[in-house]
Design a protein around this ligand. Sequence first.
Ligand code: AMP
Ligand code: GLY
Length: 433
Amino acid sequence: MNILVVGNGGREHALAWKLGQSPQADRVFVAPGNAGTDLDAENVDISATDFESLIQFAKQNDVGLSVIGPEAPLAAGIVDAFQAEGLPVFGPSKAAAELEASKVFCKEVLRNADVPTADYQVFRNGSSAKRFISDRYHTDTEDVPLVIKADGLAAGKGVIVCHNRKEALEAVDRLTSEQEFGTAGSQLVLEERLDGDEASLIAITDGQTIVPLSPAQDHKPAFDGDTGPNTGGMGAYSPTALVDEKMLSMIDEQVLVPTVHAMKRSRRPFRGVLYAGLIVTNQGPKVLEYNVRFGDPECQPLLMRLKTDLVTLFMATIEGRLDQIEPLEWDPRPAVCVVMASEGYPGSYEKGFPIRGLDEAEELENVKVFHAGTRLHNGDVVTDGGRVLGVTAIGSSISAAKLQAYKAVRCIRWNGAWCRKDISDKGLTYASE
Ligand code: AMP
Ligand code: GLY
């Protein structure tokens, strides 16, 4: 079978790499891909949002499975477009992808399905949100435990966690600024700030059966000790003892099952990846957000550990047969992914620096270097984005996997390369290994 992966990040490199290992896979194409996917698969120079060209390519190249990586094409209806042409495609419909594309819709589903989440209110414009804040909080010194979120997709930047009135009022102004957020901030969600550690619980569902993957943990703040601005994710590891067996069944019962049922009832059956961003509070796990695709970088350590054939899993999802597949098989060993980034990220950064030491890093045992923002230029791999590489290693313990991942990181260099030094350290605090 020929397979097409749509997207160009670290997640898509991991998907193409894993799909390519399937005995069912013939050719694996990635559109548009990066330098890493060009090595492990075949790049196709079509943008992830050019549906017409992607469909034409899939038809001409006998593609039997298309896998959509990022949220933007899903929210724009790529799955509906492929299905209308009779092409098998893995991912949710446009209507189901609203779960990520609209935070207002997501909160409504959570509330109606009685899924634990932060209390919230929706505002249709900035002035009513500011009036609410000023009416409720009267001084600049008191704690204002609010999180302010733009309704629409904002590449992970549409959420501002506030601590005082000034921050909250400024957050409303920022998120409703058309220049920065376009129409994403035309509605706002104001919600209660929750306290706790976060985990990513990613599940595959065909709308009936839910298959949770092993729990993972991302590291969103830029710098060590969870300080600095938020990023797309500076590293991840799996499994995490923050979500043990007992909590996993609680999440299944209280979060995943009611959500999938609610989507079905509202005639938006969900098929694809349902990724619950969770916070573990002292009242139990609560949903911070849903995403409708694999997490990046969580996908990288997860797929390094997954032994089950991904083509079988995705085809069963598309065909509504998830109830018939064998339980997922995992490598019990933990995997750790360290993101190497460009100088300046998550702010502005330069591109085009040649990357050295990739071969040396990949020669290390139990290491895979997933590319994100890279491209080939005159035979050299050069930087082409903020998050450049996801250096991933598997080991007998979290500490062993971490050690190996950072050993590989030390082989790799370019002008301005940096990474967090503490990826997976939190994992050691949840349970002794
Ligand atoms: P989201 O895109 O909704 O997951 O939000 C991005 C990040 O903001 C999350 O990973 C959390 O760190 C933080 N966040 C979002 N909502 C809340 C909340 N209600 N309480 C505390 N932190 C939050
Ligand atoms: N790792 C966070 C995300 O993919 O949204």
